[in-house]
Design a protein around this ligand. Structure first.
Ligand SMILES: Cc1cc2nc3c(=O)[nH]c(=O)nc-3n(C[C@H](O)[C@H](O)[C@H](O)COP(=O)(O)O)c2cc1C
Ligand code: SF4
Length: 440
């Protein structure tokens, strides 16, 4: 097992760390206390976070300090402002925010409060995936404990900082994890993403300045404030700093959520951390960052898990949710399942996405079920090129198209075998794939 310095999951491993007493004994709220007692300005908090190089952990990897600095100056723009925490975590393969909320809810709340302080928000909304009952209950209980201890509410720790925290449960729609869909949903409307610009910092919740941040992103903030930008930059790579939570699922011996510095190789994650491919089989391919990142072949296993290196392969780091597939996996079947997910989750506002996701699913389905034609393979490519990049209101269309393009690029032979043999070559003789309800 690799031995790197850790901080994100340290408290989570302590028994009863979800209670305020234990969490505080192990350092929770120290950074908030320091900022408020020493009168460290919001500008200084933004500066140190910017200098640290922290990038959003929700998938896009945008600079957090930069995002915070986009919030307007309250002197010239005195409108109310909000921090919305994205705890929707619905990307297939991703399950890291859940661990932080469930195991260290006070560390998470401290991150929320410090982030709100930096952008001068007095209200925080935490938007939690509807199915996340345990994390929801843990954070709700932590809010009550923190409020009773004067850590949430008016004049926090005797300072001039007022901040309220509210939680909101989603209803199971992936699209409500897209930041503008999330805001629409919080406002009580359908989770339909908004065209951008205007961006949330100018026109967010109820038209007011808003910052949307992922759970793991804000979780990093107290550590950076306490230990400094240089400490943070001592982990990871030049452009991807700090540690990140890597969630590994699929055909591995030890799936799980692991804390690692950016830049460790995918091989190290697979072999050293997760004990290798299960059942002594060979690696066929892997999705490095969740279902919306393009599949890579085993030849890419030495790629460092960090933004730039993964981008060079043509894929994306996404949420660092590595999905591993062994030699028995059928890439057509895997992508049929992915396409079905995006078809189901498209909100339907953009024709490229609404129609494109349906067609992708339909074509994958017929190739997998022995009714494909050779021209279908190029049709998948043509369709995907019509859906991405950045052709629609939000990136869900890209999320469906990009994995399709990667699958055809890296595994075309497998698609052709399906067509030639008029069946899935990976199915044991005499068996049939189950057909999903609603499949074409
Ligand atoms: C379809 C779609 C779903 C998304 N789902 C999530 C999600 O569940 N959690 C999340 O943090 N970000 C999600 N995002 C990214 C958010 O839009 C946004 O970039 C992120 O919350 C910003 O936080 P960060 O800067 O801290 O990473 C999604 C984006 C898209 C296009
Ligand atoms: S890209 Fe898809 S999910 Fe996003 S707004 Fe358009 S139709 Fe809706």
């Amino acid at each position: 097992m690799s031995n790197y310095p850790t901080y994100l999951l340290d408290r989570a491993k302590i028994t009863d760390a979800h209670t305020l007493a234990v969490a505080q004994k192990h350092g929770a709220y120290e950074a908030l206390r320091k900022v408020l007692k020493e009168g460290i300005s919001y500008a200084e908090v933004i500066r140190v976070v910017k200098d640290s190089g922290l990038r959003g952990r929700g998938g896009a990897g945008f600079s957090t300090g930069m995002k915070w600095s986009f919030m307007p100056d309250p002197v010239t723009d005195p409108r109310p402002r909000y921090l919305a925490i994205n705890a929707d975590e619905s990307e297939p393969g991703t399950c890291k925010d859940r661990v932080l909320m469930e195991q260290d809810p006070h560390g998470f709340l401290e991150g929320c409060l410090l982030s709100a302080y930096a952008i001068r928000a007095k209200v925080i909304y935490i938007y939690v995936r509807g199915e996340y009952r345990a994390p929801y209950n843990r954070v709700l209980a932590a809010i009550a404990q923190a409020r009773a201890a004067g850590l949430i509410g008016k004049k926090i720790l005797g300072s001039d900082f007022d901040c309220e925290v509210w939680m909101h449960k989603g209803a199971g729609a992936y699209i409500c994890g897209e930041e503008t869909g999330l805001m629409e949903s919080l406002e009580g409307k359908r989770g339909h993403p908004r065209p951008k610009p205007p961006f949330p910092a100018a026109f967010g919740l109820w038209g007011q300045p808003t910052t949307v941040n992922n759970v793991e992103t804000v979780f990093n903030a107290p550590f950076i404030v306490l230990r400094g930008a240089e400490w943070f930059k001592s982990m990871g790579t030049k452009t991807s700093t700090g540690n990140l939570l890597v969630g590994v699922s699929g055909h591995v011996n030890r799936p799980g959520v692991y804390e690692l510095p950016f830049g460790v190789s995918c091989r190290e994650i697979l072999e050293d951390v997760c004990g290798g491919v299960w059942k002594q089989r060979k690696l066929k391919g892997f999705l490095p960052g969740g279902s919306s990142t393009g599949v890579l072949t085993a030849a890419f296993i030495d790629t460092p898990m960090e933004h730039d290196a993964i981008k060079q392969t043509g894929s994306m780091l996404g949420t660092a949710a590595m999905i591993v597939m062994d030699e028995t996996a059928c890439m057509v079947r895997a992508h049929e399942i992915i396409a079905r997910f995006y078809e189901h989750e498209s909100c339907g506002q953009c024709s490229q996405c609404r129609e494109g996701t349906q067609w992708l699913h339909q074509i994958f389905h017929r190739i997998e079920h022995g009714k494909g034609r050779m021209e279908d393979i190029d049709m998948l490519v043509t369709l995907s090129r019509g859906m991405a990049p950045a052709k629609t209101i939000c990136a869900l269309s890209d999320a469906a198209a990009i994995p399709t393009l990667a699958a055809v690029q890296h595994f075309r032979g497998e698609f052709e075998d399906h067509v030639k043999q008029a069946c899935c070559p990976f199915l044991p003789a005499g068996t049939k794939r189950p057909v999903f309800a609603g499949a074409h």
